[in-house]
Design a protein around this ligand. Structure first.
Ligand code: CU
Length: 238
């Protein structure tokens, strides 16, 4: 990661929001009042995601979250097989119009053999929470890599308490900007529609995320290598 890439991160976040908004459409009947919303009705739930590899990363792990109303009281992620000693952006993704699933190579729309972050949005939606170590946890911190965990020998152990859901534009709800309220988004996450995604994959194993590697720059921001943003592991919080 280049030191001067941070200036581009704000633009990066805006890019993903704008891109996700393109997928916004009519409302579907799986809101908080839907009869299927059993976990949402319980108000406090413990969710678990089995994280499996994307892009042949070899990564796997587990995420657990305790969510009460609009608050993540506790979340932890334990994953192994990640690119060693490298920062890994990680988020909860969710979109009202998304499939609320992990993507497969069938979603590799440009046919380059890799699933990039944008190609996964129809499956997992845009970022709604940044699972970083300190400070702001909104989508604005989407790729502030200085605050994301660094794997130790490919092992990532993360925990954080007290993360509040916030209103997020581009989540596919009807109305201006496709904005979902904190309550709408939290209800959906408690209902099992959130997806944890860990990003960052050193495809060629040369020890760092590089622009010079065949993958080149990220599809989201030319100031970031694609290796830093491509998804490496994914699981649905149920
Ligand atoms: Cu993500």
């Amino acid at each position: 990661m280049k030191p001067n890439s941070r200036a581009a991160l704000g633009a990066f976040a805006l890019t993903i929001i704008a891109a996700a908004t393109l997928g916004a459409g009519p409302a579907l009947a799986h809101g908080p009042d839907s009869p299927s919303n059993n976990k949402g009705a319980a108000k406090t739930v413990t969710l678990t995601a089995n994280l499996t590899e994307l892009n042949g990363s070899g990564a796997s792990g587990i995420a657990t979250a305790v969510v009460r109303n609009q608050l993540i009281r506790h979340i932890e992620i334990h994953a192994s097989g990640l690119t060693p000693d490298a920062p890994h952006a990680q988020h909860i993704h969710y979109g009202d119009q998304a499939l609320n699933e992990c993507p497969t190579l069938a979603q590799d729309t440009n046919g380059d053999g890799r699933l990039n972050t944008l190609e996964g949005v129809p499956a997992y939606g845009p970022v709604v929470v940044s699972l970083n170590t300190t400070g702001d946890t909104t989508p604005a911190s989407f790729l502030d890599v200085t605050r994301f965990p660094v794997s130790q020998d490919g092992q990532l152990d993360y925990s954080r308490d007290h993360i509040e859901f916030t209103d997020v534009a581009g989540t596919g709800y009807p109305g201006a900007g496709g904005t979902g309220t904190a309550k709408q988004i939290a209800d959906a996450i408690r209902d099992g529609e959130g997806v944890v995604v860990i990003h960052g994959i050193d495809y060629d194993g040369n020890g760092s995320y590089n622009f010079s590697d065949p993958e080149g720059a990220s599809e989201l921001n030319p100031a970031l290598p694609a290796e830093a943003t491509d998804p490496a592991a994914c699981g649905v919080l149920r």
